[in-house]
Design a protein. Structure first.
Length: 524
């Protein structure tokens, strides 16, 4: 200690240093707080008399943005403006909460009483204590808001993504002219008017117009999934010739029916419904004349839309009307005649709806007509084989599946999940006939594909393991049967696990393992 300095003088620099450090931190917080103020008040400077009104107005605007964005999302309008409202509303509300939780310094404007020893019962002191309590509550609540607002916003968005749409949505994109063709602005408008008039009686169908076009199939699918659409319609048109405007329509069918008739659902155990999960009209291209009186485009659209809404009768009626126009001799003789594949696809589509309606003979008639028109389209034989499968005609089911695989051994047009469905369905029919060697050969082929990347592929894999377990059980290879029953349960989605638990429970009961059998039946 310096002989010339008292202890109080020695401590003063340290005290001043600490005070300076605290002041620097406070100054930094004030500076950051002013940045937040600039953001949340949109750069508008406000004095103390205007501050409360500015606070109220800005928070009201942010909440309105958030609510309006949510309403647009619920109403099926997931557009850029919707996302901008959600991000802007939740982001600025969160910033407002952060500002009031950590950078709000109203204490700097407080006026202290002139006498520091003033009695605590003084009115000014009580007012100050009340203000401090209110500020603590404000800081705590805004701290929770800063965390809760973004979590609730993004959580709500992901919940919305998982919910089914309120309506069957038809998404209509802008039709573009071919290269070098002058634009005709009325093309998309005319299509919109025709479709709008046709769907007007149906409150559960909504037509949504997009004012941009798609370059390819993948882009149309991505936007359709974003809007939760049942159907996406897009296309191009050529050069007008003598009042005729050729238009190519692309259909993307995104929504398949969720519920099947009871007997069709029960037929899942025989593999009969595996190929039914693939809509024949997916990515269908139709050529027509926009200026003609041909109405089949509208009828086909309504047929597919009613199918997505599980209105089987409505779908059949509209598909029948579409086919009447497709088979119109005048249309077939014109240069705009519909190609054979397009016609056969519509027959196959109607056959599929008949199959869902349990009209097996009508379904066979439509599949036969589709095959007559396009005999080299492999999937039609798969559809026809599925009808024979459901009717218990295993020989014809096997011959049709074999024909499909012979035409296109890899079924490359459809992917591994459909190739797996073809093998497992044929294997199941071999199993019913007691031909275990061929049954295991086909089912093993399906399992080797391991097509679990899509919901339909996963369904096929679950069924394949379950059928192989049955085959092993009949061959008295109980260890492998147990393994495959267990595997089918492990990979099965919750809605499919029931049948696998029942199958394994029945297997355990035949093995006299009643404890494990009861456990599986209870889980089922």
């Amino acid at each position: 200690m310096s002989p010339n300095k008292s202890p109080s003088e020695e401590e003063r620099p340290n005290s001043e240093f600490r005070q300076t450090a605290i002041s620097n931190v406070e100054a930094q917080n004030i500076w950051v707080g002013r940045i937040f103020q600039t953001i949340i008040y949109f750069g508008i400077s406000v004095n103390s008399s205007q501050r409360r009104f500015a606070q109220f107005l800005s928070i009201l605007v942010y909440i309105a943005c958030l609510v309006w964005g949510g309403i647009k999302l619920i109403n099926g309008e997931p557009e850029l403006s919707t996302y901008a409202m959600l991000v802007l509303g939740s982001g600025l509300l969160s910033l407002t909460c952060i500002y009031y939780a950590w950078f709000w310094k109203p204490e700097l404007r407080d006026q202290s009483p002139s006498d520091p020893n003033i009695n605590s019962s003084n009115k000014l002191v009580k007012q100050q204590q009340t203000r401090e309590q209110q500020r603590k509550w404000t800081r705590r609540s805004t701290m929770m808001g800063a965390i809760a607002i973004p979590l609730l916003t993004y959580g709500g968005f992901f919940i919305w993504q998982s919910l089914p749409p309120k309506h069957s949505i038809i998404l209509l994109a802008e039709f573009e002219p071919d290269k070098g063709i002058p634009p005709y602005p009325r093309v998309t408008n005319t299509i919109e008017e025709q479709l709008g008039a046709a769907i007007r009686p149906y409150s559960d169908i909504k037509l949504k117009r997009l004012f941009h076009s798609f370059a390819n199939h993948g882009e149309a699918l991505a936007v359709g999934q974003q809007y939760k659409a049942s159907i996406v319609i897009w296309g191009r048109y050529g050069e007008q010739d003598k009042g005729i405007l050729p238009v190519s329509f692309n259909f993307e069918v995104l929504k398949e029916p969720k519920y099947l008739p009871k007997s069709v659902k029960a037929a899942e155990n025989s593999g009969a419904t595996l190929l039914l999960d693939i809509p024949p009209t997916k990515n269908l291209t139709v050529y027509t004349n926009l200026s003609s009186k041909t109405r089949y485009l509208t009828f086909l659209t309504l047929g597919v839309t009613r199918y997505s809404a599980e209105d089987w009768d409505g779908s059949i009626n509209f598909s029948t009307d579409a086919l009447k126009d497709l088979e119109n001799p005048e249309l077939q003789q014109s240069k705009l005649k519909v190609n054979d594949l397009d016609r056969s696809l519509v027959y196959a589509f109607r056959g599929k709806v008949h199959q869902f309606k349990e009209n097996g003979e009508q379904a066979l008639a439509d599949y036969n007509r589709a095959i007559e028109i396009s005999p080299n389209y492999s999937i039609f034989y798969g559809y026809r084989g599925s009808v024979y499968n459901m009717q218990g005609n295993h020989d014809l089911a096997i011959s049709n599946m074999t024909k499909a695989l012979n035409i296109e051994p890899k079924l490359r047009l459809w992917g591994d999940d459909i190739l797996g469905a073809a093998y497992v369905m044929r294997g199941s029919n071999y199993l019913f006939k007691g031909d275990f060697t061929r049954a295991l050969g086909d089912i093993n082929q399906a399992i080797q594909l391991n097509a679990t990347s899509s919901p339909n592929g996963l369904k096929i894999m679950v069924f394949a393991y379950r059928q192989r377990a049955v085959a092993y059980e009949l061959l008295k290879n109980y260890a492998h049967a147990d393994e495959d029953y267990t595997k089918s349960i492990e990979i099965a989605p919750k809605y499919m696990a029931y049948t696998s638990y029942v199958g394994r429970g029945r297997f355990y009961s035949t093995q006299q393992n009643f404890t494990r059998a009861i456990e599986d039946f209870n889980k089922a």
